[in-house]
Design a protein around this ligand. Structure first.
Ligand code: CAA
Length: 288
């Protein structure tokens, strides 16, 4: 299969990462068929996509015609069968081996032999997930970053059975949708999260130890190191539960204390302080 022959892509999962992939692929000119189990999730995703495109319009990065064309290329269904015949499918469903297993079973039942599956997982092993599908040679990791329409990077992670043609196609796909890719081994965290997760958890440890306030920790990293967001601000942005969940998975796998979520973070999750999405995390967003 050649990237030039691909005009339609599929995206399974319309959460924040899935919605970002849908938008990015539609802006790159692909017809995008989206599948999620719920119309409610899709309504939220469409709002996220529209808001993101409007911000780009305001910043004069795109025209009104670009925005309308991108939205017109997107279609949604709750039925996986609508992806029959689609040559390239991004998977961005909930980070659970069970949920992914069920989805790939359904996809394998309707998709052709040449279909490429690109999973956006950040915490599950690619080789292990590839073992769930009929053709692991056509299976690869393509890990995007939040917010997907703004972040330029995609990590490309071949599994043990992935063939070179699949990797080449994933690299070409990343380029076609305007991303820069790096290739890395199938190890926990790949490159970015291997470095980012201990950094973010260390920031929580500093706060826990009373070394500095949340605002001062964030200011230190923004003004001292040129980070666009401080480590605590970033956790509120992505959802404190995400770092907690991912840290636990990596810790279980590597038994490296740097990945063990600190008690403060655990208590925040229990209290429902999940960051922006719940109105409270390291900061208060209740007035926004
Ligand atoms: N689409 C979506 N979100 C947008 C956007 C767009 N077109 N334009 C801006 N944003 C978001 C910002 O996050 C932020 O939200 P609020 O307005 O609600 O505060 C706001 O819009 C900021 O907009 P600005 O125009 O002021 O900001 P900016 O354009 O200069 O930069 C940013 C925004 C690119 C997100 C920048 O802050 C940044 O790079 N932050 C760090 C993000 C990061 O580190 N991401 C990686 C997370 S880790 C991860 O993703 C790993 C994983 O496994 C999931």
């Amino acid at each position: 299969m050649n990237i030039e022959n691909i005009t339609t892509v599929g995206v399974c999962g319309a959460g924040s990462m899935g919605a970002g992939i849908v938008q990015t692929a539609a802006q790159a000119g692909f017809q995008v068929k989206v599948v999620d189990v719920s119309e409610v999730v899709w309504a939220r995703a469409l709002k996220t996509i529209t808001t993101s495109l409007e911000r780009m319009l305001k910043k004069e990065k795109i025209s009104e015609a670009d925005m309308a064309a991108a939205l017109a290329r997107i279609s949604f269904s709750t039925d996986v069968a609508t992806l029959a015949g689609v040559p390239f499918i991004f998977e961005a469903v909930f980070e659970s081996a069970e949920v992914k297993k069920e989805l790939f079973g359904k996809l394998d039942a309707v998709c052709g032999d040449d279909v490429i599956y690109a999973t956006n997982t950040s915490s599950l092993a690619i080789t292990e997930m590839a073992a769930l599908v009929k053709r692991p040679a056509n299976f690869i990791g393509m890990h995007f970053f939040n917010p997907v329409p703004m972040m330029k990077l995609v990590e490309i992670i071949p599994g043990m059975q992935t063939v070179q043609a699949t990797t080449d196609l994933a690299l070409a796909m990343a380029e076609k949708i305007g991303k820069t890719s790096i290739t890395c081994k199938d190890t926990p965290g790949f490159v970015v999260n291997r470095l980012l997760v201990p950094y973010m958890l260390d920031a929580v440890r500093l706060l826990e130890e009373g070394v500095a306030s949340a605002a001062d920790i964030d200011t230190a990293m923004k003004l001292g190191c040129g980070m666009p967001m401080g480590p605590l601000e970033l956790q509120d942005y992505a959802g404190t539960d995400i770092g907690y969940h991912v840290g636990n998975i990596f810790y279980d796998y590597m038994k490296d204390a740097r990945f063990a979520p600190p008690g403060l973070l655990r208590n925040m999750i229990k209290a429902g302080y999940l960051g922006r999405k719940t109105g409270k995390g390291f900061y208060d967003y209740s007035d926004k």
